[in-house]
Design a protein around this ligand. Structure first.
Ligand code: PLP
Length: 438
C-alpha cells in the first residue's frame, strides 16, 4: 500500500481511517539535496534537456497507487479497468497494462489507444455519453468486453449495429441513481440533473423490455456517480443501489457476469482527508457480497493523479501598487486547465528554493483569459524570472486536457522509472499543428 492511516477529522462519521497528503507513504516529488527531484532524479537536469513546460511522471507512484487499489480488493473478485480519460499517453497506458490493468475507454479514440498499448478488445469497457454510430460500429466489430450503454436508444442502436454485423454485443446499462457525490458540481455525474445514464427507476423496465432483443447480451450493470469523491457515504450508497438493481435483474433471470462501480476515488490535493482504497473496499465489499458477482472498478485519478507534476518556468514577475504579486509562468490553462475549469487546488513547489520569507503570490499562466490562474495568494518563497516551479498532483486530467489555445504547443512529457528518465511525448511543434491545415 502506498497510503497509510492518517489523522481522523471526522469527515465521514462512520469511517475512521482517513489519509492526507502528508500521510502518503510515498511522495514522488521530494527534495534531493538542494533541489526538487522526481523519484530521486533531478528535475532541473530533465528540463535542461527537454525544456518547459513539461509533465514529469513517476512510474513508481503509478505502480504503488495501482497496487493499493488492487490489494484493497484482494479478498473479492475484481477487475481494475484503468480509466484512460485520466491520462492516456501511450507509455502510461502501457505501464498500466504491464501491471495487469484492463481498460475503460470513453471514445473510439481511447479504444484505439488501448488496443495500440496492447490491451485485448475483450479487456476494454466502452463507457461515455454520446457514442457515435461509427464508434459503436468499431467497438462491436472489435468485440470490446462490455459497452456501458447510456440510454435505451443507445441500446437499440447497439442492437441494430450488432445484428447488421452478425454479432452479439455485450452490454450493461449505466444507471443514474440521483446520489450526490459531494464533489465539484462539474465532475458530479450521478444526480438526476446530470446528463449521465438512465434514471434508476426506469432501468429494470429497460432491461426487461430488451431481454429478447437480438444482438444484445446483458452482461452487467454500471454506475459512476462522479470524480474526486472524498467521502465514503456516496460510494457506499452507489454500490448498494447497483447491487439492489442487479439482484432484481437476477430475479428476472438475467445472467449477469459483473457489476461495474465506475471510478471516482478522490486524491489528496490539499491535505484534506480523503479515502484510503482499503476503506473504499471496506465500504463497498459488504454490498457486493449480497450478489457475489465480480466487480469492475474504473479508477483514473487515484491511479495517476499523484504521479505527475507539471514543471514550468517563471517568465515574468510583477507587483501592483496594492501589493499583489504575480508570477507569470510559461504554462497555463492550455497545459493544465483544472484550476481554471473547476477552481481546483494544486500544490506549487519551486524546484530550487531561494532563501527568504514566504509571501503571497498569484501564480498565473500566459493565456489571454483572466481565469488562467493556478493559485491566488499562495504563500511561496521568493520567485524570480527563469525559476522553475512544479505544479504537483497533475498526473490525472492534466495533459489529456491540453489545448493549443493562443497557439501554444502541447507540453512534452517525461517518465521517470528506476532512476532513468525518458521523453514519452516530445514537445509539439508548429509544423505538427499546421500539418492539419490547408
Ligand atoms: C464512466 C467513468 N468511469 C471512470 C471514470 C474515472 O473517474 P476517476 O478518474 O475519478 O476515477 C470516469 C470519469 O469521470 C467516468 O466518467
Amino acid at each position: 500500500m502506498c497510503l497509510r492511516t492518517g489523522d481522523v477529522r471526522g469527515v465521514d462519521g462512520g469511517n475512521k481511517r482517513m489519509i492526507t497528503c502528508d500521510s502518503l507513504v510515498y511522495q514522488p516529488f521530494q527534495p534531493s539535496g538542494e533541489a526538487l527531484a522526481c523519484d530521486g532524479v533531478s528535475i532541473q537536469s530533465i528540463v535542461e534537456h527537454v525544456g518547459t513546460p513539461t509533465y514529469i511522471y513517476s512510474a513508481r507512484m503509478v505502480r504503488e497507487s495501482y497496487r493499493a487499489i488492487d490489494e484493497a480488493f484482494a479478498s473479492y473478485p475484481h477487475a481494475i479497468h484503468y480509466a484512460l480519460k485520466a491520462n492516456s499517453t501511450m507509455a502510461i497506458t502501457r505501464l498500466l497494462r504491464s501491471l495487469g490493468s484492463r481498460a475503460d475507454a470513453n471514445s473510439g479514440g481511447e479504444i484505439k489507444i488501448a488496443e495500440r498499448a496492447g490491451f485485448a478488445p475483450g479487456d476494454i469497457v466502452f463507457t461515455g455519453v454520446g457514442k457515435t454510430r461509427e464508434e459503436l460500429d468499431y467497438a462491436i466489430a472489435r468485440g470490446v468486453g462490455t459497452i456501458n450503454a447510456e440510454s435505451a436508444g443507445e441500446l437499440d442502436r447497439i442492437a441494430a449495429i450488432a445484428r447488421a454485423q452478425g454479432r452479439v454485443a455485450r452490454v450493461a446499462l449505466r444507471v443514474n441513481p440521483d446520489i450526490d457525490a459531494k464533489s465539484h458540481p462539474n465532475i458530479s455525474t450521478g444526480l438526476k440533473t446530470n446528463k449521465f445514464g438512465v434514471p434508476l427507476q426506469e432501468a429494470r423496465g429497460i432491461y426487461r423490455a430488451r431481454r429478447e432483443t437480438a444482438g444484445l447480451q446483458f452482461t452487467g450493470v454500471h454506475i459512476h456517480i462522479g470524480s474526486q469523491i472524498t467521502t465514503l457515504d456516496p460510494l457506499r450508497r452507489a454500490a448498494e443501489t447497483l447491487v439492489s438493481l442487479a439482484l432484481e435483474l437476477r430475479e428476472d433471470n438475467f445472467a449477469l457476469e459483473h457489476v461495474d462501480l465506475g471510478g471516482g476515488l478522490g486524491i489528496a490535493y490539499e491535505g484534506r482527508p480523503i479515502i484510503d482504497p482499503a476503506d473504499y473496499a471496506g465500504a463497498v465489499v459488504p454490498q457486493l457480497q449480497r450478489i457475489g458477482l465480480p466487480v469492475v472498478l474504473e479508477p483514473g485519478r487515484a491511479v495517476v493523479g499523484h504521479a505527475g507534476a507539471l514543471v514550468a518556468r517563471v517568465v515574468d514577475t510583477k507587483c501592483f501598487p496594492d501589493g499583489r504579486k504575480f508570477a507569470v509562468l510559461d504554462a497555463g490553462m492550455g497545459e493544465l486547465i483544472r484550476p481554471a475549469l473547476y477552481g481546483s487546488f494544486h500544490r506549487i513547489v519551486p524546484v530550487n528554493t531561494r532563501d527568504g520569507d514566504e509571501t503571497a503570490w498569484d501564480v498565473v499562466g500566459p493565456i489571454c483569459e483572466s481565469s488562467d490562474v493556478f493559485a491566488r495568494d499562495r504563500q511561496l518563497p521568493p520567485l524570480e524570472v527563469d525559476d522553475l516551479v512544479a505544479i504537483l498532483d497533475a498526473g490525472a486530467y492534466g495533459s489529456v486536457m491540453g489545448s493549443n489555445y493562443n497557439r501554444h504547443m502541447l507540453a512534452a512529457e517525461v517518465l521517470v522509472d528506476e532512476g532513468k528518465w525518458t521523453t514519452i511525448r516530445r514537445r509539439q511543434t508548429l509544423e505538427d499543428v499546421l500539418a492539419l491545415e490547408s
